[in-house]
Design a protein around this ligand. Sequence first.
Ligand code: URA
Length: 238
Amino acid sequence: MAARPTLLRLDRVLANLGYATRSTAAGLLRDGRVLVDGVEMRDAATKVDPQAVTLDGEPLDHPCGVLVALHKPAGLVCSHDESEGPLVYDLLPFRWTARTPVVTSAGRLDKDTSGILILTDDSPLVHRLTSPKHHVTKEYEAILDRPVPADAVEAFASGTLTLRNENRPCAPADLAVTGERTCTVTMTEGRYHQVRRMFSAIGAEVESLHRRVFGPWRLGVNGLDLAPGEWCDINPPQ
Ligand code: URA
C-alpha cells in the first residue's frame, strides 16, 4: 500500500519549501498564484498534500524532502557559515537555504577534500549515516607527499594507530597501495580530518584527498556520473 501523503497547512507548505514566509504566503494566495489539484486556493489554513500544489503553474520543488549526492570540489566548506568561505550549499538551489527542516550534509569533508557528499533534510537519516554505531563505509583516494610508507598497510589495519591528541586508537582501516604515492583507504570511522591525521601518524602528509564512496553511493565508474560541483537526487538506502 502506498504511504499516505502528510497533509500540511498550505501556508506552511510554501514556507517550509522556501517559497515564502508564513506571512508572504498570504500574498501569493491572494494573487491567485497557488493551485491545489489544479484549483485556485486562497485559504492558507487548508491542509494539502505538498505534491498537489503548484505556484505560477509549476509544481513545488522537492515537495517530499531532499536527498542528494554532490560531487564536492576542493575549496568549498561544509558549513552554513558564509564567513568560512565558499559553501557547498552555494552549489544547491538558493531556495533550499530557506527550507525547513534545513538541508544539511551527512558528515563533512574538509575544505581541501573533494568527492561524494550526501545532503538531506532528513535528520534521522543523517544520524544513521554518521553515527559510529552504523559503521558506514567510506572510501578515499589519497595522494601522499612521499612514497606510501612500507608499514602503512599494517599500521592502518592494526587497530592500534593513535591520532595526535587522542587516546582511543582508530578502528582498523584497509589501505590498498595503487601507485608509488597513491593509495585507497576504506574505513568506517569518521573522525575530524581522520585520513590526513592517520597518515601524519605514520610520517606522511596527504597532498590530495578524494572520497569515492560513502555508504551505498559511489562516484564514477559503476556509480554516479557527476562532474565536480554537480549533484543529483538519490534514493534512501535500504
Ligand atoms: N579524512 C580527512 O582527513 N578529510 C576528510 O575530508 C575526510 C576524511
